[in-house]
Design a binder for this molecule. Structure first.
Ligand SMILES: Cc1cc2nc3c(=O)[nH]c(=O)nc-3n(C[C@H](O)[C@H](O)[C@H](O)COP(=O)(O)OP(=O)(O)OC[C@H]3O[C@@H](n4cnc5c(N)ncnc54)[C@H](O)[C@@H]3O)c2cc1C
Length: 478
């Protein structure tokens, strides 16, 4: 029976059940179970169907959330999927890893007196069901065009653009230096948040739809960027940001101190069945170790929880601000705490101790001062507050910056911002090089998957327009 809406007054919020802590700490599978049909209906029926839906307004993709919640409550799941997939290329991925607490759910109107609608869990349920029932249709294009677009980077920005362009009939080739499709979805984000089969399924869907992938292909290395420009009618740079922010201080170069992404890529590769010498040798394996992770973002959360699953003896997260000021999703912080991670808030490393290998981190207590011009509170050292945390693996998760793109691509004229991200026209997504567009983290700086999808879709629309105008598409199509 169809549920009525506005049921939040008497139906309480229920998220999908989580697997027990002991069970989930022993593998890399997702921790949330799927809603059953009744829970999905009931939880969707809690939506208040507001006239001005703040959930949609605060979704980077402007997803029509109240509409697909209503259809789900009514049991009209195929229509719910149609609506949700109209604005989002990968709803099953966003349902799993968006920080909903800061986006749609964090702006759910009923949260003022009741707990928000579980939007992410319903989004995941609807799309997983669509895959199971065969409602996810292959990518089809009305007509094949002779124009081609080269996309550098098979992360969410590049893939979202590839799908949109392919639907228009373009010949799309996605180049990636890795051997698998997905960017950070496959090699950054661990399986306990996003199982790898979900990403592989989408890669196959794109490939079946006619998108060509050229993997193990480093643009700027194996293939010069200029060659790519000459080959395609337009090029999209969606290469993400990968240069880890470094940490200074005495002992910062000791063995046993490793960058977060090296650690996560190794773990993900190992989980995918690859032979990874740095894992086997123990260099990038937390088993039996005292692990200290430095940082407070999503990457740090993924590292601490990976270390738990690898069988670390202890896992401590040092973050220089407090819990309320963490950039990472609070839901993931809660999950990490449940899994036994110790958070040492308001603590920053000042030195790394050890002779031929790190044995401890010397940290100092911090306190939050007055907000600066950006509104963020300053962080000040409390004199004489040093303390040591034992460690035989220290993981640096302080964020990422772009690499030197003009150098990497041998294009000294390619304009970048003062942060090193690519400079684009915000309306056309084009860089200063004609026919060269950019999207995702390489433009925004380290951001979110949902923004990468949005940028990829928008860039694709602009590339289409550019080719129509610059290449006389209109005449050619007649
Ligand atoms: C550990 C970690 C966890 C995260 N967790 C979340 C989360 O839970 N939720 C969320 O929303 N966001 C999360 N993020 C952020 C999110 O993953 C990124 O914002 C998003 O992936 C950016 O997409 P993108 O397509 O711009 O770049 P990427 O996903 O980084 O993809 C870029 C691709 O370009 C390829 N490439 C780079 N240079 C070249 C070259 N020269 N030639 C060929 N290929 C190249 C790379 O190999 C890569 O595959 C996380 C990030 C990290 C690091």
């Amino acid at each position: 029976m169809a549920e009525k809406m506005l049921q939040f007054t008497h139906l309480t919020q229920k998220t999908p059940e989580k697997r027990s802590i002991s069970e989930r700490a022993a593998d890399f599978d997702e921790i949330y179970k799927k809603f059953d049909v009744q829970s999905a209906k009931a939880q969707s029926s809690r939506c208040s169907q507001c006239g001005i839906p703040f959930c949609s307004i605060h979704c980077p993709l402007s997803n029509n959330i109240p509409d697909w919640l209503k259809l789900t409550a009514e049991g009209r799941l195929e229509e719910a999927y149609e609506i949700s997939s109209a604005t989002n290329t990968f709803p099953e991925i966003c349902g799993r890893i968006c920080p909903q607490d800061r986006l749609c759910e964090g702006n759910c109107v009923i949260e003022k007196g009741f707990e928000s609608v579980t939007i992410g869990a319903v989004e995941r349920y609807v799309t997983d069901t669509a895959f199971e029932k065969g409602w996810v249709k292959p990518i089809t294009c009305l007509r094949e065009l002779t124009f081609s677009v080269g996309i550098i980077g098979a992360g969410p920005a590049g893939l979202a653009a590839a799908e949109a362009l392919r639907r228009q009939g373009y010949q799309v080739t996605v180049y990636d230096r890795h051997d698998r499709v997905g960017g950070l979805l496959i090699y950054g984000i661990p399986g306990f948040k996003l199982e790898k089969d979900i990403v592989i399924r989408r890669a196959k869907w794109l490939s079946d739809g006619g998108v060509t992938f050229e993997l193990n292909t480093d643009i700027g290395g194996k293939i010069p960027f200029s060659e790519l420009r000459a080959k395609h009618d337009a090029v999209l740079i969606a290469t993400g940001v990968y240069k880890p922010r470094e940490i200074g201080g005495p002992g910062a170069g000791l063995p046993g101190i490793v960058p977060a992404l090296d650690y996560l890529i190794t773990s993900n590769r190992q989980g995918l069945g690859d032979s990874v010498p740095d894992f086997d040798s123990g260099l990038l394996n937390a088993q039996g170790k005292k692990v200290v992770v430095i940082g407070g973002g999503d990457t740090a959360m993924d590292c601490v929880r990976t270390a738990v699953r690898q069988g670390a003896e202890t896992v401590t997260c040092l973050y220089r601000r407090d819990r309320a000021n963490m950039p990472g999703s609070l839901r993931e912080v809660g999950n990490a705490e449940d899994e036994g991670v110790v958070f040492d808030w308001l603590a920053a490393p000042e030195a790394f101790l050890g002779d031929d290998k790190v044995t401890a981190v010397r940290a100092t207590r911090m306190h939050l001062g007055l907000p600066d011009a950006s509104g963020r509170q300053s962080v000040d050292v409390i004199a004489g507050s040093s303390f040591n945390v034992e460690a035989d693996l220290v993981i640096k998760a302080l964020g990422f910056d772009p690499e030197d793109m003009p150098l990497a691509f041998g294009e000294k004229d390619l304009k970048v911002t003062r942060w090193g991200t690519l400079k684009t026209d915000p309306r056309s997504f084009m860089t200063n090089l004609p026919g060269v567009f950019a999207a995702g983290d390489i433009v925004r700086g380290a951001s979110l998957v949902v923004w990468a999808i949005r940028d990829g879709r928008d860039a694709a629309a602009q590339i289409n327009e550019y080719i129509q105008v610059s290449q006389g598409f209109a005449q050619a199509a007649e």
